[in-house]
Design a binder for this molecule. Sequence first.
Ligand SMILES: [Zn+2]
Length: 337
Amino acid sequence: MNVEHLRQRFPDEQSCRRFFETVLWPDGPVCPHCHGQKSWRIDGESARDGLLECATCRQQFTVTTKTPFHATKLTLWMWIQAMYSLVNSSKGVSSVYVANWLGVSQKTAWRMLHVLRLLMATYQHSIPKLSGIVELDEKYIGGKPRYQHGVKHKRGRGTAKSCVATAVQRQGPVKAAPVVNDSLKQIKPFVEQRVSSQAHLMTDEHSVYRLLAPGFADHQAVSHGKKEFARGPVHNNTAESFHATLERALQGVYHYMSKLHLSLYTTEAAFRWNQRRPVEKTLTRGHNKGQNRIVMERLPLLDQFANLLRYATGTQLRRSSNGGINILPNPLPLFGL
Ligand SMILES: [Zn+2]
């Protein structure tokens, strides 16, 4: 779907609002004040579009009340365009780009993207524990380049780089987050919180995985040190491939990244990764023509928007006195942010 198609699908503010209502209220309007499910629309010249009144508590609300999209001067169409730019790019998008596109300040664009990343974090949190074959890996990211002004910088542990831990279900979702380092103390709780004890783990030879493996159904490892990268189905190439995606995003768009924000950018890469589903396809070209393969296909754009919006209720923003947006303390668990 290109921008032209997007505008056709959302020709006006009302069509944007209807979309938000469909996603946030799949079973009809819910009062954000008392959770009452009986309400009526307030029509008439002076009423704001989408205004409802709750039959239980008699308070008024719209679909954006108590969401980050409420009480800002930004239109829903602007939010839809911001979602489009964030979700549709393969490597992420900068606030400068979004600011120019929407005609808002860079600060506002940065905050909009930040809100959308918070929603992505909530989405990742909602994915059940990974099961089946689950690949684990960790990677040191960021910091100084390996070679700079003729100086070779140390890599990995003990450097200024940040460690990202990743668990990915084969042909399924990924869960990833920054950890302090790749010690057992850090990696074990990361894995236990995100992976079912029934899972079959696949890792490299890093000793922490051997030490945490007894808590899981099975564990197989390949020895990268011995140049072994796959032994039949035993590999953690999918997890490494996610790290490569993350690294490319960091190099291409986010030239500087604080450790604080690494968490949200990792979440963003994970969200993008998770907007795909396995589809069986018959190969039409090459040596294996006619054979069936499972390929990962991106979800339709509007389904991706829905995944992003679904968790917006309970996350709030307010306009600040200087006209910007403030992100209020979020009641949802957002990994220490
Ligand atoms: Zn109510």
